[in-house]
Write a protein that binds this ligand. Structure first.
Ligand code: FES
Length: 218
């Protein structure tokens, strides 16, 4: 036990000496800077003072830093080719029979394309639009002459679940459109919210028919 204590006490002493040496070495440097500054104060036009140099150096480093930050931002702003390729999709809907729907994907989001039956169109049109939470007619959500083609995002407007009702055999909810089982939102045959917590109708993406059966989404 005593041996250990002795070893500790002898080891501490040199450390204190080293710290003292460091202090002694630092003092002349500080004095040198002050002296240098003072020397130039009295000599106008004799060149850049030390304080100026420190200031200029700091500004230069700040400039380099700004450029380094700007480069990644610029490269992030330019869209890559694969992103541009996904900006729009074209879907041939010829095979989708009345009463059927398909799920596809656009910009990494599910999209429902539904071919409404005459009965489903009638069901949507007889609703008092003023009574709806998100008032929209079926015509507002489809294209003229193509009211049977209901194209919406397959994303519940409550918290983003994918509703049921697009695939064969899936529950369509109390209003015959789509049903989100996450918290019980019911959408009608025009994919409008009718019951449950979702605040809005299923969103209709930008789309256009580029031929009788091919639709371009996006
Ligand atoms: S996410 Fe659809 S009801 Fe909550």
């Amino acid at each position: 036990m005593s041996t250990v204590k002795k070893t500790k006490s002898t080891a501490k002493k040199p450390a204190v000496k080293k710290a003292a040496v460091k202090k002694a070495a630092a003092a002349p440097v500080a004095a040198q800077v002050t002296a240098s500054d003072n020397g130039h104060h009295g000599a106008e036009g004799s060149g850049v003072r030390r304080r100026d140099f420190i200031h200029i150096a700091a500004v230069s480093f700040a400039g380099v830093g700004a450029a380094a930050v700007a480069m990644p931002l610029v490269s992030q702003m330019s869209a890559s080719a694969d992103v541009l390729a996904l900006a729009s999709i074209e879907v041939d809907v010829a095979a989708i029979q009345p009463g059927q729907a398909i799920k596809t994907s656009w910009r990494k989001q599910p999209v429902f394309i539904r071919n409404l039956t005459p009965a489903e169109i009638e069901e949507a049109n007889k609703v008092d639009v003023g009574s709806l939470r998100d008032p929209q007619t079926l015509a507002d959500r489809t294209k003229p002459g193509k009211e049977n083609w209901l194209i919406t995002l397959g994303v519940c407007t409550h918290l983003g679940c994918v509703p049921l009702g697009a695939a064969a055999g899936e529950v369509k909810g109390e209003y015959g459109g789509y049903f989100c089982p996450c918290h019980g939102s019911h959408y009608d045959t025009a994919a409008r919210i009718r019951k449950g917590p979702a605040p809005l109708n299923l969103a209709v993406p930008e789309f256009a028919f580029i031929s009788d059966t091919v639709v371009k989404i996006g």
